[in-house]
Design a protein around this ligand. Structure first.
Ligand code: PMP
Length: 391
C-alpha cells in the first residue's frame, strides 16, 4: 500500500509551441542578444564537472580578463542577473558592523545601501541629486572621514543616465584601507573600464546589455586585496549561494575545483560566445562605436528640441541615454507609439525619474546606426502626432 493517488488535475499550463514576438529592445536593458550567442545555447548540455566544460569556463575567465582589463585570476560568472553580482560583492567583502560608504545617485546606490544593511553593514549614504555624479573631492572627504571597509559606486546609473568618473579612487581607497566596489552592469564593454590600472577591488556586471547575451550571468571581478579580505574574515559570508570561498573554488580560484552549485551550462556557452565576439570586435572599437552612436542619437534628438536629463556632457552616460520629457508631452504615448508601430522598446524613467524622462539604450548588438535612426524616427513621428513638432 503506497500513498493514496487522487485523480490528476487537467493541465492548465502552456499548450503548443511557444510563440514570442520579435522586438527591438532599445530601452535600458535587456538589449537583443547576438544570434550567434543565442545559437550557442542550443548546443548539447555537458555535465557541469566535465573537463570539456571546465575548458569552456577557462575560456570565459580569459575573456573576462580581457573585458575587465585585468591580470587577476579572480574572475567568474555569478549564476544570476546583475543582482547576483551585487549581493556577492557586498556579502563577501563586508562583515556585520563594518562601515560601507555607498554613493547613491540613483536607484542602484539606493539598492546597494539596502542590501548592505540586510547583510549587517553600517551603511553611510552619500546622496546626490538625480542627474549628477560625485566629485573626487566629495568622495575623498567621505572616505577619509569614515575610513570604510568598502566604497560602492555605480559607473553608469541606468536610472538617471549618469557616468561616474572613477579616476584616482583606487589610490584613495587603498590609502585608507577601503575596498572599491563598482557596478558596471550597463557600462562594461561600452565605455572604458580598467580593473587593474584604476585600482578596482570588486566589480560586477550583467550579461544582457552591452555584452550581448541573454540575462542570467553576472560577470564578477575580485582583486587580490578583495580575496585577501575574504580569506581573513572573522565570520562566514552570510549567503551560502554567493560565498566566493565556495563559488571561487568551483571556478578554480584556489587551484582546485569542487562542486558548489550546478553551473548554468547553456547560459555560460552563450557568455563564452559573447566574449569571443567582444574579443574579435576589440574593446577600443566597441567604446568608439558606442560614443559615436550616442553622439548621433543626440544630434537627432536635439534637432527635435529634446534635451538631455544630464546637463553636463562629462557626466552623461553613452549607453543609457536619458531624455527629458518636455512639458505637455504624454511620455507614455511616445513609448506606446514606438511599440505599436515598430515593435520598438523605448522606456520611461525608474525610481525618482519616472514621468520625467525617456530612456534609450544603445548597447552591444543593438548599437547600430540603423537602430539609432529608427529610434529617432519613432520619436519624430510620435511627437508630431501630439502636435509637438510641425508636420
Ligand atoms: N545595476 C545597473 C546599473 C543596472 O542597469 C541594472 C539593471 N537594469 C542592475 C544593476 C541590476 O541588474 P539585473 O536586473 O540584471 O539584476
Amino acid at each position: 500500500e503506497g500513498e493514496p493517488i487522487p485523480e490528476v488535475k487537467a493541465p492548465e499550463g502552456p499548450k503548443g509551441v511557444i510563440n514570442v514576438p520579435q522586438r527591438l529592445l532599445m530601452g535600458p536593458g535587456p538589449a537583443n542578444a547576438n544570434p550567434r550567442v543565442l545559437a550557442a545555447q542550443c548546443l548539447p548540455l555537458l555535465g557541469h564537472m566535465h573537463p570539456p566544460f571546465f575548458k569552456i569556463m577557462d575560456e570565459i575567465q580569459a575573456g573576462l580578463r580581457y573585458l575587465f582589463q585585468t591580470e587577476s585570476k579572480y574572475t567568474c560568472l555569478m549564476s544570476g542577473t546583475g543582482h547576483a553580482g551585487m549581493e556577492a560583492c557586498i556579502s563577501n567583502l563586508l562583515e556585520p558592523g563594518e562601515t560601507f560608504v555607498v554613493g547613491d545617485k540613483g536607484i542602484w546606490g539606493l539598492r546597494v545601501a539596502d542590501i548592505g544593511e540586510r547583510f549587517g553593514a553600517k551603511v553611510v549614504h552619500l546622496k546626490k541629486d538625480a542627474g549628477h555624479t560625485f566629485s573626487y573631492d566629495e568622495l575623498k572627504e567621505a572616505v577619509e572621514k569614515h575610513k570604510p571597509a568598502a566604497l560602492f559606486l555605480c559607473q553608469g546609473d541606468s536610472s538617471t543616465g549618469v557616468h561616474q568618473n572613477l579616476s584616482g579612487l583606487g589610490e584613495l581607497c587603498h590609502k585608507n584601507g577601503t575596498l572599491l566596489i563598482i557596478d558596471t552592469v550597463c557600462t562594461l564593454g561600452g565605455v572604458p573600464f580598467f580593473a587593474d590600472a584604476w585600482g578596482i577591488d570588486a566589480m560586477y556586471s550583467g550579461s544582457q546589455k552591452v555584452i550581448g547575451a541573454p540575462p542570467g550571468a553576472s560577470p564578477l571581478f575580485f582583486s587580490q586585496r578583495a580575496v585577501d579580505k575574504l580569506k581573513s574574515r572573522k565570520t562566514k559570508p552570510i549567503s551560502f549561494c554567493w560565498d566566493l570561498n565556495l563559488v571561487g573554488d568551483y571556478w578554480g580560484w584556489y587551484n582546485s575545483r569542487s562542486y558548489h552549485h550546478t553551473g548554468m551550462v547553456s547560459t555560460w556557452y552563450a557568455m563564452r560566445e559573447a566574449l569571443a565576439v567582444i574579443g574579435e570586435d576589440g574593446l577600443e572599437n566597441l567604446w568608439e562605436k558606442h560614443q559615436r552612436l550616442h553622439n548621433e542619437l543626440w544630434a537627432g534628438l536635439k534637432e527635435m528640441g529634446l534635451e538631455p536629463f544630464v546637463e553636463d556632457p562629462a557626466e552623461r552616460l553613452v549607453t543609457v541615454n536619458c531624455i527629458k520629457v518636455p512639458p505637455g508631452v504624454d511620455w507614455k504615448a511616445v513609448i506606446d507609439y514606438a511599440m505599436d508601430t515598430y515593435n520598438l522598446e523605448i522606456w520611461g524613467g525608474l525610481g525618482q525619474t519616472v514621468g520625467k524622462i525617456w530612456r534609450v539604450g544603445i548597447m552591444g548588438y543593438n548599437a547600430t546606426p540603423g537602430n539609432v535612426e529608427l529610434v529617432l524616427a519613432a520619436f519624430r513621428e510620435a511627437l508630431k502626432k501630439q502636435g509637438k513638432l510641425p508636420d
